[in-house]
Ligand binder design. Sequence first.
Ligand SMILES: Cc1ncc(COP(=O)(O)O)c(C=O)c1O
Length: 393
Amino acid sequence: MTAREVYLDNSATTRTDPRVLEAMAPYFSEKYGNPNSLHKYGREARAAVDTARAQTAALINAEPADVVFTGAGSEADNLAVKGAAWALREKGKGAHIITSAIEHHAALSSVKWLGKMGFEYTILPVDGRGMVSPDALEAAIRPDTTLVTIMFANNEIGTIQPIKKLGEVCRRHGVMFHTDAVQAAGHIKIDVKELPVDMLTMAAHKMYGPKGIGALYVRRGIKLIPTLHGGGQEFGLRSGTENVPAIVGFGKAAEIAKARLDAGADKKLAAMRDYFIEGVLSKIPETRLTGAAGDDRLPFHTSFVVKYIEGEGMLLLLDAAGIYASSGSACTSGSLEPSYVLLATGLDHATAHGSLRLTMSHETTKEDIDYVLEKFPPIVEKLRAMSPFYNKK
Ligand SMILES: Cc1ncc(COP(=O)(O)O)c(C=O)c1O
């Protein structure tokens, strides 16, 4: 009998849905045309890109012409932040940007880089649940503020921001609003016709699509300065021959995600999440949920800090038990510094070191969760028995 394996790192990436893979396959082989070619093969590829654009737009109730495909979620964040900041400065509107302390590096580092290019920025703090306050945003807006970038939902702690309220503040002050929805899109309902957002980032690989393909929703009429120059593909905003198979895969993944959301799959997952959180907190003493709970949390997301031990130790022993989790975000794990996201929520360094993130998918079963609830507590006990901090108590 093969041992059970439970993949709980779906915030890092998801398994590509077989239906997505099937939709992509012909665009590597018989339908390999360049969508910019005028012949039959080109027209076939162009039609596939158009269909995928419509599917991706439908996921967030956008118009197809308002969706730009990029090479990753990170690239879409870069295009939004740098593209809007430069365009607005060129128009003489100012050069002040506002962001939050818990953004993904794709947005945060873009803002900081702009800081080196003569822009000014303000980084808003978050509360203990990782929430940005709309009042604090309003207070930070200056006459020369042009752009606000605040993520829809956080990758490390699962907190969903009050996007509508934050967007309303921006609207009131005539400031452009971008949100990084890489973790949220496909997992919770997003409607850009209802939400006051001007730009929104998505990535296919977080919603059972392929890696290396992102999308930026850009509200009609907004002018961005491109970050990639060349042949002028993607409405002049992202030069480079379109990655047709990946774009087709994004479209299919978005279509499947929309059908799931319409069927209420997020509610089912949220119920399992709460069962999981409750199980961990009741079985492991001196453990805390990080981030927000209930409707303010991503439905597939759990994250904890387990006192007196290190996240890495838990990861290794969980891995040996066939349970694949993460400690902090995929790109910063491996560093010895505790997560800046956890520190921003007010945790001290020692506690933040004991972080563990377990993120589910639609394939995760109750049996998987029960398996983790059986294996995880003795792992913590074992590590605590070896911990100098625990024994000193
Ligand atoms: C919130 C958030 N933004 C952006 C990204 C970057 O997306 P990509 O991996 O497609 O570049 C990630 C990926 O971890 C993310 O979680």
